[in-house]
Design a protein around this ligand. Structure first.
Ligand SMILES: Cc1ncc(C[n+]2csc(CCOP(=O)(O)OP(=O)(O)O)c2C)c(N)n1
Ligand SMILES: [Mg+2]
Length: 820
């Protein structure tokens, strides 16, 4: 009991009467009880096989109650899987929902976080309406969709916090009131103690300290990361000790750092109120190190903590269970008021026992309801199939086998959809030689069932709304008759200038993007014209540059984040693939981050400034568009397209293209390059060449040499790798030429293999080929330095000429004699 602390809790931030305070305390306690009971029952559901895996918030309940009190409508959270009590306390999570997500209920109305796509404990709110448009985010609690990689929530958190700052400074925004109340929102992060060992934790902490954004990071410290204790995780075994250098002082801005025991309810409430005041009013980031937490149920349902915790530790955890501590505090709480009367929360322990009983009952009912809601539709779907199988069996020569399959399905106690489809599809194999109406019925039923179920697991990788980026129609660049040619970077620069004028939500940032206007001057002078809040420099920290972009994009801004060279995107690959690429998918289309990543790649110089690693990006970044314009006008057109839509993309400009000459269009900011559409840049009869980016220049040159000896190639610019050639125009070309060569600067089997698969398998061009399709690529190693390094590493004009010639030699060896 610490009466002085309690008084503070009563006094800040709003004055409560004792009765009101008591009600709040008991209500909080009940939430903690419900949360704990969910964890206990949830564990049982996994152990008895109703759910596959469970990770729970047991042992972290009490600090989350305090965080919830300071969390205001309009605020944002970016956290991790332990936060179930917080979610319950802000009213965004019920016990029934808890079980629905544990079962993996593939219905957004049952599991509103992820429609069964994520493990339990991955929370989210809905930022979008049914039609994909934004809700008013100032009128709701906002929880950015969680991901599993430890500390993966941190980069996004930075951007969510930075957005508040932008909403306070940017002028003339389109509908600022829908996204922010003058930047008053705090971005709240939560992270486990062990996860602070990750590099991105420190990168984010440093960046937020530099940016001075309203971000509060709570570290739930239970002394472990699964089985590994603090001794092996954290210097001095204390993250707040380690972070002390970030503490602000009279001379330097920095952080405010609090350390508090996770079982001390009243002190927690006090700390959270203070922290919120500092972050919200002063725009100073805050760290709250919440110590002495426990894991009464171990880390997750996989394994038990008795294996790696000592007897003493387990005993200590039992003594420090935060709910027990709160219970004790409630029970013994006494406060003397001004009249000398002793105020208490409860008259006797019986009141708490009654609360405990109520909580148990509520959770048990919720569990049953969630289970029934999950299983009932599946049972009736099974019934439908069983009825059809029954009819089929009567008619089939394989009656015995089909009846056996039917019995197999009928006997499953708790069927899932896999069981149903599996039996249906197996049955069809036994009917392959037969023809009768009931068989057709079965075929129809399976097709229909598949069509209904598959989207539950596969939809929303990209937008499925009318506003999707692939629906933006092409507007060609227009030129004055006397249009001059200019350095291509000027076209980009002036196009960005137009965009910054047209869309006040745009912010462009990255290493060297501000003062000097990027290393290739594509933003030259734009900071002076549009202000340091819109075009600005960042530290060298690719992961959090992307995080800034994701967070701001999730709050209605239109960030363009620069990765200085494509070669350095690997630092940010984790956040791009785990967070940005999955956001729409994992939230079942309820959140979006229309972030544009601007970068530059392909051949220039040496191992780390000639990156063209498209294959790796294509594999990892499904969910993000990957665009590879062949020149700066095309690149500008892609930016213009993307801003008309709301999807994330990476635009890879040509490193060696900024000083090449292009004509200046007169409709800057307006012309668009369509996404998913190839462009035939030279027609030809003999052979179809598909390429993209810088390589196209070489292909065009080689084509002149080839035409001189009678080989007429058709050159197609892929332009957009993800998605590729939605109209199947390459197929039409191959139907004409019957030959295909794919040329790029990636490693052998990189993007060229992807393109080959698209053209040969997806478009089914194999049917029209008269020659083996070939690829001409870079070598498997990184490009060596110097002009010879380039020549011997990347495909040269000679390589391209000879590769194409070889195909034609095989076609007509007399006309095209062997060169070697
Ligand atoms: C990048 C990454 N590595 C490993 C894991 C597996 N993993 C999940 S939770 C966890 C421990 C996290 O401990 P801590 O941050 O202290 O959180 P706690 O579970 O103790 O609350 C690990 C290693 C992961 N999810 N992500
Ligand atoms: Mg831990």
């Amino acid at each position: 009991m610490r009466p002085n602390m309690i008084k503070k809790a009563i006094e800040t931030p709003k004055k409560l009467s004792f009765e009101e305070f008591k009600k709040e305390v008991l209500n909080d306690f009940k939430i903690a009880l419900i949360s704990r009971e969910c964890s206990l029952l949830g564990r049982r559901e996994v152990l008895t096989g109703k759910a596959k895996f469970g990770i729970f918030g047991a042992g972290k309940e009490i600090p989350q109650l305090a965080m919830a009190k300071a969390f205001k409508i309009g605020d944002w959270r970016s956290g991790y899987y332990r936060d179930q009590t917080f979610m319950m306390a802000i009213g965004e999570y019920s016990a029934q929902h808890f079980f629905a997500s544990l079962y993996g209920h593939a219905d957004i109305h049952a599991d509103s976080y992820a429609a069964g796509r994520q493990m339990n404990g991955h929370f989210a709110t809905h930022s979008l309406n049914e039609d994909g448009t934004w809700k008013n985010l100032t009128e709701q609690y906002n929880v950015s969709s969680d991901i599993s990689p430890t500390a993966g929530q941190m980069p996004r958190l930075l951007g969510l916090a930075e957005a508040s700052k932008k909403f306070r400074t940017l002028k003339d925004l389109n509908s600022p009131n829908q996204f922010s109340n003058n930047g008053n929102e705090i971005a709240w992060g939560t992270i486990g103690n062990a996860s602070t060992s990750e590099g991105i934790f420190f990168e984010t902490i440093n960046a937020a300290g530099v940016l001075q954004v309203p971000m509060i990071v709570s570290i739930w410290d239970d002394g472990y990361g699964i089985s590994v204790p603090a001794k092996y995780q954290t210097t001095k075994e204390s993250i707040s000790e380690v972070l002390k250098g970030f503490q602000r002082d009279e001379n330097n801005s920095g952080y405010e750092i609090f350390v508090v025991d996770g079982w001390n309810y009243s002190q927690l409430v006090d700390v959270y109120n203070k922290a919120a005041k500092i972050a919200r009013e002063e725009f100073v980031p805050v760290i709250i190190h919440v110590k002495e937490l426990t894991q009464p149920l171990g880390h997750s349902t996989s394994g038990s903590h008795e294996r790696y915790k000592s007897r003493e530790r387990l005993e200590w955890e039992r003594e420090h269970d935060c709910i027990d501590k709160m219970r004790e505090w409630i029970l013994h709480f006494e406060l003397e008021d001004q009249e000398g009367e002793i105020l208490k929360f409860v008259e006797s322990e019986d009141e708490l026992k009654a609360l405990e009983k109520e909580a148990k009952k509520e959770v048990s009912t919720a569990r049953r309801m969630a289970w029934n809601a999950f299983i009932d539709p599946i049972i009736s779907e099974r019934k439908e199939l069983l009825e059809i199988l029954d009819k089929v069996a009567q008619k089939s020569e394989n009656k015995i086998v089909i009846e056996k399959l039917k019995r197999e399905l009928a006997s499953i106690d708790e069927p899932i959809r896999k069981n149903i489809l599996n039996i249906g599809r197996k049955t069809l194999i036994y009917l392959r030689d037969e023809t009768f109406d009931e068989k057709e019925m079965l075929q129809e039923w399976i097709k229909n069932y598949h069509a209904i179920q598959q989207p539950k697991f596969s939809s929303n990788l990209y937008s499925e709304q009318d506003s999707k980026a692939t629906n933006v129609i092409e507007i060609e660049p227009e030129y004055d008759d006397e249009a001059e040619t200019t350095d291509a970077r000027i076209i980009l620069r002036d196009n960005f200038d137009a965009l910054l004028n047209n869309y006040k939500e745009i912010v462009i940032f990255g290493e060297d993007s501000g003062k000097i206007g990027d290393v290739n001057q594509g933003l030259e002078g734009l900071q002076d014209r549009h202000g340091i809040d819109r075009v600005y420099d960042t530290g060298i920290r690719e992961v959090t540059i992307i995080g800034q972009g994701i967070g701001m994009a999730m709050r209605g801004l239109r960030p363009i984040a620069e990765i200085q060279y494509l070669d350095y995107i690997f630092y940010a690959t984790q956040v791009l693939t785990d967070d940005l690429a999955t956001l729409r998918y994992r939230s079942f289309g309820k959140q979006k981050a229309p972030l544009i990543v601007r970068t530059r790649g392909h051949r220039l110089e040496g191992i780390w400034h000639s990156g063209s690693q498209m294959g790796s990006l294509l594999n990892l970044f499904r969910g993000i568009y990957i665009l590879v314009p062949r020149n700066m006008t095309k690149a500008a057109g892609f930016y213009n397209t993307l801003l008309k839509s709301d999807e994330p993309a990476i635009v890879i400009e040509n490193l060696n293209g900024y000083r090449l000459k292009e004509r200046m269009p007169n409709n800057l900011g307006k012309f668009t390059t369509p996404i998913g559409i190839v462009e035939t840049i030279k027609e030809g009869e003999d052979i179809t060449i598909v390429s993209y980016g810088s390589t196209l220049k070489l292909v065009e040159e080689a084509s002149k040499d080839l035409s001189q000896i009678g080989i007429d190639i058709e050159i197609i610019d892929a332009q957009s790798l993800l998605p590729f050639d939605l109209n199947h125009d390459v197929l039409v070309s191959v139907q004409k030429t019957n030959r295909l060569v794919i040329i790029d600067e990636d490693v052998p089997g990189g993007a060229s293999a992807y393109l080959l698969n698209e053209i040969i398998n997806v478009q089914e061009a194999y049917f029209y080929l008269d020659s083996k399709p070939i690829t001409i690529t870079a070598k498997a190693h990184r490009p060596a330095y110097g002009t010879d390094g380039d020549y011997f590493s990347k495909p040269s004009i000679n390589d391209i000429f000879e590769g194409i010639y070889k195909v034609m030699h095989e076609v007509d060896p007399l006309k095209f004699k062997s060169l070697y």
